[in-house]
Every structure is written in C-alpha cells, then in structure tokens.
Design a protein around this ligand. Structure first.
Ligand code: SF4
Length: 388
C-alpha cells in the first residue's frame, strides 16, 4: 500500500525547485536575490509518516467513512488536501465522534490523542489508524514512569496544544499521577520559587490550576518532580527550565537527596532539534537582509524557529506562499504572538528592500511540505526581481 500512494504523495508535496536548491548547496541565486535555505527544514519523519498513513488509510478502506480527530499536522495546505481526499475532520462543528461505530475508520494524528479519547474511540469499535510519532511516544514513556514512581510531570509546553494535552493525560494512568504544564521561563520561575520557599497556595492554584492535573496541591505535588516537554518547544528553553527545577530541588532538599526529588529527560525530538540547529547555523554563516519562516501559525515548532531568527534579523513568519502578496505587501504573523489556530495575522508594507543586492534566509517548520517551500522561493524571486 505504501508503494501505491508514493506517487500520489510525491505529486502532492515534492518540489523540483527544492531539489535543485539542495543540489546547489542550499542556495538559489537569481538577479539581485541570493537565497539561503536552512539545511534541515520542512517535513519531519513523524509528519511524513502520518501523512503517508492517512493516504494509505483512504485507499485501504475505500467504502468506509475515514475521519481525523482534528488537524493531522499544523499545516492548512496539507489538511485541505486530506479533505479533498474525502477524509472528514471530527473537529468540524457538524461532526459527532459519539455516533461513530465499527464501520468507521479514525486516524489519530502525529501528536497523539488523550488517553480518554483513545479509550472512547476504542470502546465504540472504530478502526484506529494510529500515526502518533515515536518521539511523542518516548515522552509518554517517561511521563508514565514518573507517575508510576510518584513524581509529578512538569511539562514544558502549551497547555492547549494537542500533544501536551495527550502527554499530560498519560500522567493520569496511575491513581497518584500528577502533572503541571509550564509555558516558559517566567512560569518556571514562579513554580521554582514555590518549591524553594512555599507561598500563597490559593494564588498558585489561581494561576496554574487550569494547567495542572485535577486536585493538584502544590504543597504535596511539587515535592518530587520529573521534567518533560512538548517535543517542538525551543530546545534551549526546555533545557534551561530543566536546570531551573534541578537547582530549586537541590536548594530545597540538598544535593544528597536530589535523586529522590528530581528527574529529567531530554524529550525534544531530534527533528525539532535539527531544524533549530540548522537555522542557527544559517544565521551564523550568512549576513541576511531578511529571514522568512514558513509554517502554520498554530505550529509550535515553526513559531519557535521564528523566535530564534527574530533575535538576530528581521523575520517574517508566513503560513503559505500567498502571504507574499506583492513586492510591497506581505501578510504574516508577528513573531512572539500567541500561537492560536485562528492566528493573528497582520499586513505589512514595503517588506522587501527596493533596490540593491538582497540576501534572504529561508526555513520551514516540520509540517510544511516542499512544494510550499518551493512556491515561496518562486514568489520571492518574482517580487525581488520585479518580474511579477
Ligand atoms: S516534530 Fe518531532 S515529535 Fe513531532 S511529528 Fe515531527 S518528528 Fe515527531
């Protein structure tokens, strides 16, 4: 079946231009434009596999309804194509997961689903096509182990992100399992201060209650913690947060007792890490006038690539090629804005320097296929060289 859909996938998502740019040392030179493409960008192994399985599922069950629990990955173009294939989305307002039964096929996305959603769909007898990425399963393994050993999972992630919700639910597989989600260093600092000094319990719950397991008690549940993370967070921030918790526990309980109170595993996936490393290498090697980052506005790993770039150079995060409206107008998501599906998009004018040589960097998040990246290069070329 894999072979049967290979041609279809290549037609839908590959790009000859990208192959050429790669062969040319990840460089595209045309007129006044020199474009440098990050050496690792776009579809990761987990997304590749998930999209492949979705196409295979459509073929394997031709007469049956095939559903996705929600977006398979955070890329509007890929999700629209799956809709065109006849795959339905349970997240759509007119779909009802409660009415599904043994005749229905449900694809679970690369970032997984919660334990309760999985149990519900299984109990209804649906045929499940599970595309949960191995790197996500690795995080779950650690979280389950923390829960088994009486450690609260502190998850560096976005509390509403599908992957983080799924990961947090794994902590509840044991009766005493607990979790707490922290978004960033600032939140980690508040929690670490509580570990060190205690404090206002009600104030803590008012701030973190919605990001914690039911019945969370900071006085009881911050005594033993294990760190984990959403696989697509900023690696440097996840590592730093892990160190912050280790330091707080060391201060509170002493070095000799540290192992009884603190555990950590690096659960950033290798694909996320490689894309972050590659964009840093690109920024180190080439002085740029502009950096363009392509990917869904609700794609966590894309937003983090944009954050890395924005510290160093003017950076425009776009969702699709059409965001490059003209040589003088661009639609983009301001870097650092909250990553919500509806996205906060703004229109900027005069984004492209009008004359002289132009050096642009380009990367794309793990859910962006090559054909989209190739089309972005075509439009950049057209607008930079006044041929559009
Ligand atoms: S970003 Fe990482 S964890 Fe997520 S699907 Fe890709 S490889 Fe898997």
């Amino acid at each position: 079946m894999k072979e049967a859909v290979a041609g279809e996938l290549a037609d839908a998502y590959d790009s000859r231009l990208i192959d050429e740019v790669r062969a040319n040392g990840y460089r595209h030179v045309s007129g006044r434009l020199t474009l440098h493409l990050a050496h690792e960008f776009g579809f990761c192994y987990g997304v590749d596999r998930a999209v492949d399985y979705a196409y295979q599922a459509r073929r394997r069950f031709p007469g049956r309804n095939v559903f996705l629990t929600g977006e398979i990955i955070h890329n509007p173009h890929v999700n629209d194509r799956l809709r065109d294939e006849g795959i339905r989305f349970l997240s759509d307002p007119d779909e009802r997961s409660e009415t599904l039964g043994p005749d229905d096929v449900v694809i679970l996305p690369a970032f997984g689903v919660t334990v309760s959603d999985m149990a519900q769909l299984s109990s209804q007898g649906c045929t499940l096509v599970d595309t949960t990425c191995g790197s996500v399963l690795n995080v779950w393994k650690n979280v389950i182990r923390y829960a088994r050993d009486g450690f609260t999972s502190v998850i560096h992630g976005k509390v509403k992100h599908e992957e983080t919700r799924a990961t947090a639910s794994q902590a509840l597989k044991y009766p005493d399992g607990r979790y707490l989600v922290v978004l960033n260093r600032e939140e980690a600092t508040v929690v670490c201060d509580y570990i060190r000094l205690g404090g206002d319990r009600d104030g803590f719950l008012a701030r973190f209650g919605a990001a914690a397991s039911p019945g969370f008690d900071p006085d009881r549940d911050l005594v033993r913690v294990g760190c984990a993370n959403q696989t697509t967070m900023l690696m440097t921030e996840s590592l730093e947060i892990g160190e912050m918790f280790g330091a707080a526990m060391r201060e509170r309980y002493g070095e000799a007792a540290l192992a009884d109170h603190f555990r950590a595993f690096d659960t950033i996936c290798s694909a996320t890490q490689e894309r972050q490393d590659a964009v840093i290498a690109l920024l180190d090697q080439h002085p740029l006038d502009l950096m363009v980052v392509v990917g869904g506005y609700n794609s966590s790993n894309t937003c983090n690539l944009a954050r890395i770039c924005a510290d160093r150079v003017t950076t425009l995060h776009i969702a699709e090629p059409d965001c490059l409206v003209s040589a003088t107008e661009i639609r983009h998501r301001p870097v650092g804005a909250p990553s919500t599906a509806s996205g906060l998009e703004v229109v900027s004018k005069d984004w492209l320097p009008g004359t002289g040589q132009l050096t642009v960097g380009l990367t794309a998040g793990a859910s962006t296929p090559n054909n989209i990246v190739g089309e972005v290069i075509r439009r950049l070329d057209k607008f930079a060289n006044g041929t559009g």
